[in-house]
Design a protein around this ligand. Sequence first.
Ligand SMILES: Cc1ncc(COP(=O)(O)O)c(C=O)c1O
Length: 367
Amino acid sequence: MSRVPVITVDAAALRNNLAVVRRFASRARVIAAVKANAYGHGLIHAARALADADAFGVARVEEALSLRAAGIKHPIVVLEGAFDAAQLDAAAGHDLQLVVHCFEQIAMLEQHAKSHRFAVWLKLDTGMNRLGFRLEELASAHSRLAGCAAVGTLRLLTHLASAEDVGGAETKMQLERFRESSALLGLECSIANSAGIIGWPEAHAEWVRPGLMLYGASPFAERSAADLGLLPAMTFATRVIAVRNVAAGEAIGYNGIWRAQRRSRIAVVAVGYGDGYPRCMRAGAPALINGREASVVGRVSMDMTMLDATDLPNVAVGDEVTLWGRGLPAERVARYADTIAYELFCRIAERVRREEASGLTLRRIPS
Ligand SMILES: Cc1ncc(COP(=O)(O)O)c(C=O)c1O
C-alpha cells in the first residue's frame, strides 16, 4: 500500500453477487443498477465486471454516455429519463432506454421529430410518491405513449419504498396497486430492487433492478450479506501511522469527546472525513487492524481517526486497517454514523472517480 487510504473493488465479488441475484430471481432479466458511479465502486470497472447483466440502470443520461464512451453495448435504462430535448437527442444517438415518469417527458417525446424509436419504461407511482404517474393518470399516459411515433417498445415500472420490511403492509399495497394497473396493459414489467428480489418473490416480474446487493451489502438489518451469499465488493482500507499509550482519564482528539477509562493503546490511522470517512462516526464504530476488531474513539478528523487497540496485541505503525469491506460489512459500520451502506459507498465515490482516472491508488482485483 504505497498511498493510503486505498479502495479495492473486487470484480469477482461483483460477479458472485450477480449470480446470487440470478439464483433469487431465476426467471427475470437483470438491470444492474450502476448509478452514482456504481454506488461508488467505479462505473466502468463495475459495468465490465457485471457484463453478464441483461442491462444497466443509471440515473441520468450523462452516466449512460460514459458507459457508451467506454464501449459498453448493453441496453441502458435511464431511470430518471431525459431532462430536456438535447438529452433526448443524445439518448437517441446512443440507443438509451428511457424511463418516462411525467407528462412533460411525454410531451418531449411527442415533439421529438427524429426517426429513432425509444424503448420506454412508463413509471407508475404505486406509493413511493417520488417519481411516476399516479394510478388515475396511467390510462392517459399509456395511450399517449402508445400513440407516440418516437416510442417503440413500451414497458412498465414501479419502485418499492419499503421492500426491506418483508411482509409489510406498504409493499403489499404497492404490489396490489401495480398488479391491478399492469394487468390491463399486458406489458413487461419491473418492480423489484435488492430487497424486493430477496424478500418479495411475487415482485420479480420480467425484469429486476438490483443495486445494493450487487455490491455485496444486505438490504436487511436482520439478515447479513454473508447469510445471503453476498461478498462485499468494496474494501476501504488504510494503515496505522502512529501508536500511543494514554493514561486513564486522558482525552483523545478534538474537543476531548472520548476519555480513556483505563490505560489505553491508541492507534492513529490515516483516514478522515476528507477521505469520505464520516465525521459523525460514533465511538465504538468497528474497524479491523490486521483483521482484528478495534473501535473508533474520539472525533474523526480530516485525515486521521483514532482506534482503541488496547485489547489487540502487537499493533504497530504500518499495520493494515479495514474501515469496511472484506471482513467488516459496511452495513454494520454505517449504523455508527446513522446512515446506510449506500451512503458510505457513495461518500467515497468521488475519490474512486478521481483515482480511476489517475490510476493511482484504486486497486482492482480482476478475478
Ligand atoms: C429506480 C431504482 N431502481 C432500482 C434501484 C436499486 O435499488 P437497491 O440498491 O436497493 O437494490 C434504485 C436505487 O435506489 C432505484 O432508484
